[in-house]
Each structure stands twice: as structure tokens, then as C-alpha cells.
Design a binder for this molecule. Structure first.
Ligand code: NAP
Length: 549
């Protein structure tokens, strides 16, 4: 028998947690410190951090302001940690996560460099049997995924991909060593969040930078700056709990007021004034601080979209490049909202060129570079900022099997089906942190993650105190949730763009809107209601213990 599968190697724990990012670490702390449970975390990387471990590309930074992008289970840590930037940079976020891992002694329950390959629910024992690529075999009552929603990198299957003789990188799997662009002819494919963050930084170093853009983007200046210490010390730290509570019940996990004004009821001058103020202030506040009908009424949306197009015309000097950059085929906010630092300005640099691959598609990657329908380009480096197989991709990298040996991949063949984004019918005691059907990717991620961690912790505590061994989403409750998620998405402008929210970036992926768009506060209320009603929509039973008595 293979040593890896020797029965002696099997370890039993209360919970297996997959992933050591914000999701996995906070979950581990709660299970261990609040519930006194044993847990084993498996992490593919050789360190903690998840998204922030992998996404080390130049310019990587979070779009949430640093004071609200944090784990909150330790009031002392909230008071003691001092961010340096208004928007935290990847290295600083990673050191914050490392600090958490050390400070709360989390590493002792994490096995690094280890990928979970299979997880099977064994019906005879009501336990999950988990195997890894390092030969681990662990059984656990609970399986909790903290694998991220935007973690499975997507490099499109372009003809000739493997023939390129230069260096190539995906933003989401950036090497740990420094990548030096000096004197290099660099291509960046993709203009999503990762592209628009890395393009201005790469442009400053490279000999030349050629950006291959499929869809022009709306993006607002972030107005990044060093952190405002006075604001932090005087307004944030003394009021942290209040601020967090506001964020927790808000639509998108930020402690902000949404504007109640309607663009269509304002005069042209009032609209201009509001948009100029939002543009000057910068950040996502441009959307929520100006007019509330931008997100729901196409005519209102057009007024904001036109304002941004006018800004692009104003900033970018070359008229041909301007035309390529103008977003006209989708409403503002229907793809992931973007904020940037000097994105449009970068196209005024002499060493930067924009190629519109919507009209002249990439035909192949050659040993020397990229061939489009109209031109051959030579490069030393290609950066794929081409995104991720979001929300489901990282689940499908593992073979997860529930009752009747049903694989999650088969269950989700026509799109993900979950109850509250937290559980899947037929996969008992498996909880997902930020799973499809939850609002996480439309919200400030740490706030969304902690809502899940707290809710799952309370649920497990309830199970333990009520002697419940198995909790499983009811199939009807799951169907009702999936219909609800789809129904509310249908009435939004999110349906009017080809985005990763809809799986549109991955050829062949079912076109289903995956996140819950009803808002984080509303979702929290719904989850709490479910808990208050004895975990309505879950089938709870005492499992084998019940059968034995
Ligand atoms: P993304 O938003 O999916 O953007 C991918 C880009 O690659 C798009 O411009 C896309 O064009 C292009 N692309 C994809 N497949 C292509 C193909 N076959 N040929 C040519 N172009 C192709 O990916 P991302 O920029 O990595 O961001 C993913 C998500 O991660 C973000 O939406 C955000 O939620 C998160 N993120 C957040 C931050 C932050 O907080 N600041 C930073 C980075 C990432 P189309 O638009 O035409 O599909």
C-alpha cells in the first residue's frame, strides 16, 4: 500500500479549513479560541495571506480604505495597528496578515505547501474525508472553505501561448522575486482591476509598454495618499465599534452614507457639480455619494458615464487613443467598479501604446510576441492581467463530493447552487466563506468575510449545544435562494455587461449571475433571521448518534 494512503496516517479533527487568507485565519481563530475545537488548515502557498500572498504584481493595492479593511475579532489589534496608506498596498496587507498569524499563534494549525485534492462526505460516519497532494488524510466533522472567490487564475487559451520565448506572468500568480521591467518591451493583456493598477507602474519602468484592451473601462481616480493620522487617531480609533457596526449593516460593507438624490431630478449644472466633487474626492464614493439612480436607471447612469468619457477626452492627448479608451458598450458599474492612480494619464507617455483587440483580436502568441489581426508585436515580457475563473474555479480545482458521491462540479454544472452562499444541499456540514450566492464580491471583503465567520461559528455552537451532528441545506430552500439571487440580479444593470460576475470571461462557463446583489446589510438580516428561526432552511439531525439510540 502506498505510504500516503496507509490508514495510520489518518488524522481526526473537528474541522478542516481550506485556505489561510483572511477567511481561513479568522475562521481558525474562532473555532479554536471561541469554541475550543480542533482544526487543521491546509494552504497551497508557503505562507499566509491568500489573495495577498499570490497577487504581488506591481501596483497591487486594495480598493477599500485601510482603516476598514481589517479583521476585527481583536479590539486591541484594531487599536494598535497603524496603516501607512489610505488604500493599503499588497506588501503592507501581507505583513498585517502575517502579524495576525503570529500574534494569535495560528501557524501551528496550518500546513503550508499543501493543496487539498479531494474532500468526500462519508455517509456512514457523517464525516468529511480530506486528502492532500502531500499525502495527508484527515477526517473532520466540518469542512470549511476559505479559498477566495477570485483565486483561480485565467490565462486564456490563445494559440501559440507555449511558444513565447520571453518571460510571462499572470498578475494573480506573481513571482516572489522582483520582476525587473527595465529596458524591456512589455505587453499587458487585460484592463480590469489588476491591469489598471499595474499598467501605470510598469509603464514607468519598462522601455515600452503595449496594453491589449478588449473592453474599455470606466475608472475613477483613487486619490491615494498617505494615511491621515489625525483622522485615524481622532475619528476612527475612539469610535471603531460604531464605525464597524455601520459598515456591517451597510449595502457594501463601508461606513458611508449613500446619496438619496436622483440624477434625473437634478439640473445639468447640479449633476456636473456632484460628479466633479466625486471625481475630485476620488474613490468609490463617486458612485454612492452622487446619485442613487445611477445604479438602477440607464438614463441616470448615462449622465455619469458621459461625465467620465468627458474626463477621458480631457486627460488623454492623442485623439485616436481617446476613442479606443471610451467605454460605451456597458453601463457604469455593470462590471467591477474601478479606481486608479494615473491610469488614463499613463496613455500620454511616449513609451505606452494601446491596442484595441475588440476590433483587431489577438490571433496568436508567437515566440517573439503577439500577433493581432492587423499587426505583429515583439515583446520581452507578457503580463496576463486576464483575471480569474471567479467564484467557482477554485472549488473545481478540488474533487469535492457530497452525498451519493455527487461531485460539486456536477452539481454546479449549470451554475453554482447554494443556500445563502453558505451551504450546498447534498454537502452536509460543508460551509463556504464568501461562496457564490453571497454578497461578498460586491462588498468590502473583510466585512463580508467576518459576517460569514461569525454566522458559521454561531451555527456550529448551536449544533454543539443542541447535540446536532449534521446540518445540511434543504434542497427547496436552496432552490428558493438561487431563484431569489437571480431575480434581484435581473433587475440590475449588472446584466448588461460581460463580466466575471456572470462567468462571461470564461469560454463555456454558464452565464449565471453568481453574487447576491441585495446588499450586505440585507443579507446579514436574512442570515440572522434564518438563525433566529432555528436555522430555517437547514435540515438538522443527530446523525449516527441518533440512529444508535
Ligand atoms: P478582470 O477584472 O476579470 O479583468 C481581466 C481583463 O482581462 C479584462 O480587461 C478582460 O477583458 C481581459 N481579458 C480576459 N480574457 C481575455 C482574453 N481572452 N483576451 C483578451 N482580454 C481578455 O481581472 P482582474 O483585473 O484580475 O480583477 C479581477 C477581480 O479581482 C476584480 O474585479 C476585483 O474584484 C479583484 N481585484 C481587486 C483589486 C483591488 O481591490 N484593487 C485589485 C485586483 C483585483 P474583458 O473586460 O473584455 O473581459
Amino acid at each position: 500500500m502506498d505510504k500516503k494512503t496507509e490508514p495510520g496516517n489518518v488524522q481526526d479533527v473537528d474541522a478542516v479549513i481550506i485556505g489561510a487568507g483572511f477567511a481561513g485565519l479568522g475562521m481558525l481563530w474562532r473555532l479554536r479560541e471561541q469554541l475550543g475545537m480542533s482544526a487543521q488548515v491546509f494552504e497551497t502557498g508557503d505562507g499566509v495571506g491568500g489573495t495577498w500572498y499570490w497577487n504581488r504584481y506591481p501596483g497591487a493595492r486594495c480598493d477599500s480604505e485601510s482603516y476598514i479593511y481589517c479583521l476585527t475579532f481583536s479590539p486591541e489589534l484594531l487599536q494598535e495597528w497603524n496603516w501607512s496608506g489610505k488604500y493599503p498596498e499588497q506588501p503592507e496587507i501581507l505583513s498585517y496578515i502575517n502579524h495576525i498569524a503570529d500574534r494569535f499563534d495560528l501557524r501551528r494549525n496550518i500546513k503550508f505547501n499543501t493543496r487539498v485534492t479531494t474532500a468526500r462526505f462519508i455517509e456512514d460516519t457523517n464525516r468529511w474525508e480530506v486528502e492532500t497532494d502531500q499525502g495527508d488524510r484527515v477526517t473532520a466533522q466540518y469542512l470549511i472553505t476559505g479559498i477566495g472567490c477570485i483565486s483561480a487564475g485565467n490565462i486564456p487559451a490563445i494559440k501559440g501561448l507555449e511558444t513565447f520565448e520571453g518571460e510571462s506572468y499572470h498578475t494573480g500568480a506573481w513571482p516572489h522575486n522582483e520582476v525587473d521591467f527595465t529596458g524591456k518591451r512589455v505587453a499587458v493583456i487585460g484592463t480590469g482591476s489588476s491591469g489598471i493598477q499595474s499598467i501605470p507602474v510598469i509603464a514607468k519602468q519598462a522601455e515600452s509598454l503595449t496594453v491589449f484592451q478588449r473592453t474599455p473601462q470606466y475608472t475613477i481616480p483613487a486619490r491615494h495618499e498617505t494615511v491621515d493620522r489625525k483622522f485615524l487617531d481622532e475619528q476612527v480609533k475612539p469610535n471603531y465599534e460604531e464605525i464597524l457596526e455601520k459598515a456591517r449593516w451597510s449595502k457594501a460593507g463601508f461606513p458611508v452614507e449613500f446619496s438619496e438624490r436622483l440624477a434625473l431630478e437634478a439640473t445639468a449644472e447640479e449633476r456636473q457639480e456632484a460628479y466633479e466633487a466625486g471625481w475630485a474626492k476620488g474613490g468609490h464614493g463617486f458612485l454612492w455619494g452622487s446619485f442613487k439612480d445611477i445604479g438602477v436607471d440607464r438614463r441616470a447612469n448615462d449622465t455619469a458615464a458621459e461625465f467620465i468619457r468627458a474626463k477621458i477626452r480631457e486627460i488623454v492627448k492623442d485623439p485616436v487613443t481617446v476613442e479606443k479608451l471610451l467605454p460605451t458598450d456597458h453601463p457604469l458599474g455593470s462590471k467591477r467598479a474601478l479606481i486608479d492612480t494615473n491610469y488614463f494619464e499613463t496613455y500620454n507617455r511616449e513609451n505606452v501604446e494601446l491596442v484595441d483587440i475588440r476590433h483587431s483580436p489577438i490571433q496568436e502568441i508567437t515566440p517573439d510576441g503577439i500577433r493581432t489581426e492587423d499587426e505583429d508585436f515583439e515583446f520581452d515580457m507578457i503580463v496576463f492581467a486576464t483575471g480569474f475563473d471567479a467564484m467557482t474555479g477554485s472549488f473545481f480545482k478540488m474533487d469535492i463530493r457530497g452525498r451519493d458521491n455527487l461531485s460539486l462540479k456536477d452539481k454546479w454544472a449549470e451554475g453554482p447552487k447554494t443556500y445563502l452562499g453558505l451551504q450546498v444541499a447534498g454537502f452536509p456540514n460543508m460551509f463556504m466563506i464568501t461562496g457564490p450566492g453571497s454578497p461578498s464580491v460586491l462588498a468590502n471583503m473583510t466585512v463580508a468575510i467576518e459576517q460569514h465567520q461569525d454566522w458559521i461559528t454561531d451555527f456550529i455552537e448551536h449544533m454543539r449545544t443542541h447535540d446536532i451532528e449534521v446540518a445540511e441545506a434543504d434542497a427547496d430552500a436552496e432552490s428558493a435562494w438561487v431563484s431569489h439571487v437571480n431575480k434581484i440580479a435581473e433587475s440590475t444593470m449588472f446584466m448588461l455587461a460581460d463580466s466575471w460576475y456572470l462567468g462571461a470571461n470564461i469560454p463555456g462557463k454558464p452565464r449565471v449571475f453568481m453574487p447576491y446583489v441585495g446588499g450586505l446589510g440585507t443579507y446579514r438580516e436574512k442570515c440572522n433571521e434564518v438563525a433566529d428561526n432555528d436555522y430555517e432552511g437547514f435540515v438538522l439531525n443527530a446523525g449516527v448518534r441518533q440512529l444508535a439510540t
